[in-house]
Write a protein that binds this ligand. Sequence first.
Ligand code: ZN
Length: 98
Amino acid sequence: MTECCIECGTPLASHLEGRPADYCSATCRRMREYARRRAQAAVARAERELTEARLRAVAGTFGQRMVSGPLVAFWAAEVERARSALRALLSAEERGAR
Ligand SMILES: [Zn+2]
């Protein structure tokens, strides 16, 4: 079976020894690192926003408490979405690592 670059899908030249390559180029490896950092930052931001929204739900102004329900629900969903996206990236790398 021909292995492919986990970033762009380009078929990789087979290696007779050593760890098989995951990427076709340094550019693809760096693109994946960039995507991973973005995904990690998105999780961290969503978690931070969720914490803030929960805090405002109990200790905010009257107006903040009035809109807190939808905001908490939104950021909770964002945390899940961002974690899923990060998990998908990491599992693709794991498959590449074999
Ligand atoms: Zn590639």
